[in-house]
Design a protein around this ligand. Structure first.
Ligand code: SF4
Ligand code: SF4
Length: 337
């Protein structure tokens, strides 16, 4: 078996991506992964196994860590490295490297394979939540957040880093902003340690989130950050976002990402401008084909179906007449998570 064939097997390189493996992993990195044999190793152990100097091993590990080919545990002298997987490598490749050089049809096939893997990873945890579990370890994007809640999190953060959104980089179904994933405190420091992301001031981060909101991106994160600590905030569209796509495929609307609000529509205050129809990702506000007369002018009628609302607040925070407010949903029987 050749080095490449063995690497494809060990690293679980997905079939649609195999023709592009030379763009993603070089021979030294393949040899590194195979030399690790599934173990966590220090740089000196890697040096010994690969016949390198410690300095050479450290350089190779640092590069592979930045490129998502190995993961790191611990700090400084005690740090050890272990092989990552193709899922992790592809995420980094799409965000920071030449993903766009892969032809569109093959990008689409690789993206679909990534989405399938994502759904397979989250499904058991999401199903636990759907069955009433109060929490599920390792799930992100737990809650749909309103804009002011995101701003509260930014006010509390010490370290703020922005990274490209892996979902929009991989899926490329819309032209909304890409540099929108905001990592806070511990996660921000982890991103910087890997050599990823761009540090933001609090004001820069707030401006970025407001712009994302204006561009029609919803916000997700952990609403229980005061207890759990700050973690990444995502700015999501429904067409590219893996969690929202997975939620639709799994049928977890309302549970994950959890809806905590629902829009309430005051038809008497509505100017029938249609902005909410354009802002809503889920068709909860829609034109029904009818017409209304507003200030002597004919406008398209607007209807609202609260059953389709995910509680993102994009409609309410842009309605020019204040005809929409966000109402908190009743606490779930199992409490908050
Ligand atoms: S954005 Fe507000 S005013 Fe415009 S159609 Fe929607 S509810 Fe009516
Ligand atoms: S109707 Fe619900 S899902 Fe649609 S934009 Fe408003 S809050 Fe978001």
């Amino acid at each position: 078996m050749t080095l490449t064939e063995e690497f494809i097997r060990v690293f679980d390189v997905w079939e649609p991506a195999r023709p592009y493996l030379p763009m993603m992993v070089d021979e030294a990195e393949m040899a590194l992964v195979l030399a690790m044999r599934g173990e966590a190793l220090s740089p000196s152990q890697v040096a010994q196994r690969m016949g390198l100097s410690v300095e050479q091993a450290e350089g190779l590990l640092q590069r592979a860590y930045r490129r998502g080919i190995v993961n790191k545990s611990g700090e400084g002298e005690g740090a050890t490295y272990s092989a990552a997987d193709f899922y992790t490598r592809l995420d980094v490749f799409a965000k920071y490297e030449n993903w766009d050089d892969i032809p569109p049809a093959d990008r689409k096939a690789i993206h679909r394979r990534y989405l399938d893997e994502f759904i397979a990873r989250v499904r058991p945890k999401v199903e636990q939540l759907m069955a009433g579990a109060p929490s599920a370890d390792g799930l992100h994007n737990n809650d749909i957040l309103l804009l002011y809640e995101v701003e509260e999190m930014l006010d509390a953060a010490t370290d703020i880093v922005v990274q490209p959104c892996d979902c929009r980089r991989l899926a490329q179904n819309c032209d909304r902003p890409v540099e929108t994933c905001i990592w806070l405190d511990k996660s921000a420091r982890e991103a910087l340690d890997r050599g990823h992301g761009r540090r933001l001031t609090r004001d820069e981060a707030k401006a970025l989130v407001r712009r994302a909101d204006r561009k029609g991106l919803m916000h997700t994160g952990d609403s229980q950050w005061r207890t759990n600590g700050l973690s990444p905030i995502c700015n999501c569209c429904a067409c590219d976002c893996y969690p929202f796509t997975a939620a639709r495929e799994i049928g977890s609307k309302g549970v994950w990402p959890r809806s905590r609000y629902v829009a309430a529509y005051d038809r008497d205050a509505c100017a029938f401008c249609g902005l909410c129809v354009r802002r809503c990702h889920f068709g909860a506000f829609y034109h029904d084909g009818g017409e209304v007369t507003v200030a002597g002018k004919t406008a398209r009628n607007v209807q609202f179906d609260p059953a389709l609302c995910w509680g993102c607040g994009l409609c309410a925070n842009s309605c020019p007449t204040g005809a929409i407010v966000m109402r908190p949903l009743a606490p779930t029987p199992e409490g908050t998570r």
